[in-house]
Design a protein around this ligand. Structure first.
Ligand SMILES: Cc1cc2nc3c(=O)[nH]c(=O)nc-3n(C[C@H](O)[C@H](O)[C@H](O)COP(=O)(O)O)c2cc1C
Length: 207
């Protein structure tokens, strides 16, 4: 198998300088996310979420990030899953957006915080096109979409009843402590900038 033809056309990308970066990693992420979307990265909101089990053995899996803002990145899961058991015991996680088509990645270390039913329902019900939606995909309702619809109405029922938490369906916010922006660029093999959370704001350094 020959992989030499697989690299993209991004080797000519101009390298970033520290002063080009946004002060907030969330705004920087938003810029890169919009670029990833406009450059037709497939499912740019898909990310690898890693958590550890009781033996500190890391486990990784794909999740779809449904929303992000200055507080963090939101995903949903059924509660009876390894990721949820692991996060409930140890909420230190890592999240990786791997945008291979444009030779960029965003690597995040974080704490996972469980959403209340109210927050989960509000996110779920206003989930925008921007973050992708299985229900609209391909113009038909897939099994996955049907499941999502059922989960959506479950959340609505719980929310309307004023119930705080569900043990069936969970939403989490990934709250970053560090965020590293890595890319291939011209004249350099690659470059990486890391944001580290401080008490007030973020420190940014080129690695
Ligand atoms: C494209 C794709 C998207 C996925 N999105 C989610 C998601 O948003 N939430 C989720 O819980 N699992 C999602 N999954 C399934 C997970 O990757 C995983 O297999 C499942 O949640 C069980 O993981 P666990 O046993 O480690 O908890 C997705 C899988 C794929 C391939």
């Amino acid at each position: 198998m020959n992989f030499t033809g697989c690299s993209g056309n991004y080797k000519d990308r101009i390298c970033l300088k520290l002063q080009d970066l946004e002060k907030s990693p969330f705004i920087q992420f938003h810029k890169w996310f919009i670029e990833a979307e406009s450059l037709n990265v497939i499912k740019p909101n898909a990310a690898f979420l890693s958590s550890v089990n009781g033996n500190c053995q890391p486990h990784s899996r794909t999740v779809m990030i449904k929303a992000y803002d200055e507080r963090g990145f939101v995903f949903f899961s059924e509660c009876a899953t390894d990721k949820v058991y692991q996060i409930n015991k140890n909420n230190k996680v890592a999240l990786l957006f791997s945008w291979l088509e444009i030779e960029r990645q965003v690597k995040i270390t974080a704490t996972a915080v469980k959403l209340s039913i109210k927050e989960a329902f509000l996110h779920f019900s206003k989930r925008g096109k921007q973050m992708g939606c299985w229900i609209e995909e391909d113009g038909f309702i897939s099994t996955r979409a049907l499941l999502e619809k059922q989960l959506g109405s479950l959340l609505k029922t719980l929310y309307n009843k004023g119930i705080e938490q569900s043990d069936i369906f969970c939403g989490y916010r990934i709250v970053p402590e560090t965020a590293s922006f890595w890319q291939v660029c011209k004249n350099k093999l690659y470059q990486q900038f890391t944001y580290t959370k401080l008490k007030n704001g973020w420190k940014i350094a080129e690695d």
